[in-house]
Design a binder for this molecule. Structure first.
Ligand SMILES: *[C@@H]1O[C@H](CO)[C@@H](O)[C@H](O)[C@H]1NC(C)=O
Ligand SMILES: *[C@@H]1O[C@H](CO)[C@@H](O)[C@H](O)[C@H]1NC(C)=O
Length: 409
């Protein structure tokens, strides 16, 4: 998504950390939401209608799946962000000192940028708990989220004291759909170069920045290059968990429909079928390491004198800075644990060593001043490992899992 020049300038002046491009692009958010829509349990659909203020034309499952659609609000949080400046920092979490790639700490010694509680991981927890208070879902009383992808496993009925969704629930719901998308754009999990906004690159002969390429152009290219066989509904092959008709009911004749069929066919229903359970795993979180602070003041004096000024500055500033923490993961909803492997993608794929002026490395005169992304080493590696495909699949299934857990009967 393009931002007006004036907003970019204003944002840069007002808050040095806010990425100039705040959003996983519109297509990314809608794809995540549509994959979630495919996996919603039927009993959840009327509640989605309520939250969206949609009165469906009839109550059949296919109609509800078609008309009460998560994608309709997937980009709301970006569209309305001019009215909601306060929420801008909720779209990402800045892990400080998380590079070089060989270390890939999440976060590094500098901890998290920004203010406590104002980041995408805490944002997901906040809005989930608001919706849980409304529906009566409690993390402690529930089975693992994987079960909720199939749905219908509640031991206890939701909505013991039903009341229609109010503005608070509707807002929390729209943020939830959006934040689950943002979390699956790896550059929303790093503080490096302002989430990649400061890393200029060249892609498809256009100069852009790394963040913007990951938000938009890389995904757009994927949409454009999907095999034509995915322009048609998938064949039904008996044993697949999701019938083709259920996928089709969630598709809206969008330009990315073929990509979604491909992600379902090649990934969700085949290649990743045995690992999906792990996508929902919530390990007991390890205690976050305290950064070494004051202890080193003295040792700084006695060690390498050349290292002194820099070490001293960083020691003092980390001692003075109040450490920003994120709140702990829950047993069922664990955005931090889910985001650890997503953040690792920054080190392996987003900022690989090969990004460093490929054309020079190849011994030819540099064609471009900035790293070029359309190379076998960069885009080729993403394609080969289905990196983008898996990100949208994980985002979509996790969103469906959370919504089914919150609302399914
Ligand atoms: C929590 O979510 C509600 C509902 O969207 C929002 O009004 C509130 O500002 C959020 N609080 C934080 C700290 O994110
Ligand atoms: C990679 O980038 C760094 C920093 O810009 C530069 O010092 C180094 O020479 C580059 N390496 C290659 C192989 O171009």
């Amino acid at each position: 998504m393009r931002l007006s020049q004036s907003f970019v300038v204003l944002a840069a002046v007002a808050a040095p950390f806010i990425p100039t491009s705040l959003a996983f692009g519109a297509a990314g958010h809608e794809i995540v939401a549509t994959i979630a829509q495919i996996h919603l349990h039927p009993s959840v659909l009327p509640i989605i209608c309520d939250l969206l203020d949609v009165v469906p034309s009839d109550n059949s499952e296919a109609t509800l799946r078609r008309q009460c659609h998560l994608a309709s609000v997937a980009t709301w949080a970006d569209r309305d962000k001019y009215k909601m400046r306060w929420s801008a920092a909720l779209h990402y979490v800045g892990a400080v000192d998380d590079h070089p790639s060989a270390r890939c700490l999440f976060p590094g010694e500098g901890g998290w940028a920004g203010s406590k509680g104002i980041n995408v991981l805490d944002g997901i927890k906040n809005v989930t708990s608001i919706l849980g208070q409304w529906s009566g879902a409690s993390e402690e009383e529930s089975t693992r989220l994987t079960a909720h992808i199939q749905g219908g496993t509640q031991t206890k009925s939701r909505f013991l004291s039903p009341r229609p969704a109010g503005p608070r629930e509707e807002e929390a719901f729209k943020f939830l759909v959006h934040f689950l998308g943002d979390m699956h754009q790896p550059l929303h999990l790093t503080g490096r170069d302002r989430g990649g906004n400061n890393q200029k690159v060249v892609f498809e002969n256009r100069q852009t920045n790394l963040h913007s390429a990951w938000d938009g152009a890389i995904l757009t290219r994927l949409i454009r290059t999907v095999d034509r066989k995915y322009s048609h509904p998938l064949p039904d092959q008996g044993d697949l968990p999701i019938p083709s008709a259920q996928i089709e009911a969630a598709l809206r004749h969008a330009i990315y429909d073929p990509l979604i069929r491909r992600v379902m066919w090649e990934g969700v229903e085949s290649k990743w079928i045995d690992e999906i359970d792990d996508w929902f795993a919530c390990p007991i979180p390890a205690p976050i390491q305290e950064p070494e602070q004051r202890q080193s003041l003295l040792s700084v004096f006695s060690s390498d004198p050349l290292a002194f000024p820099r070490a001293l500055v960083s020691t003092i500033s980390s001692a003075l800075r109040e450490k920003v923490e994120i709140s702990p993961d829950g047993p069922l909803i664990c955005p931090y644990a889910w985001s650890v492997p997503l953040h690792q993608l920054n080190c392996k794929y987003v900022w690989p060593a090969v990004l460093n002026f490929t054309s020079e490395v190849a011994g030819r005169p540099p064609v471009h001043k900035y790293p070029v992304l359309d190379t076998p080493e960069y885009i080729g590696a993403l394609d080969k490992d289905l990196v983008m495909e898996k990100l949208v699949a994980q985002g979509g299934l996790r969103l469906a899992g959370v919504l089914n857990w919150l609302f399914a009967d």
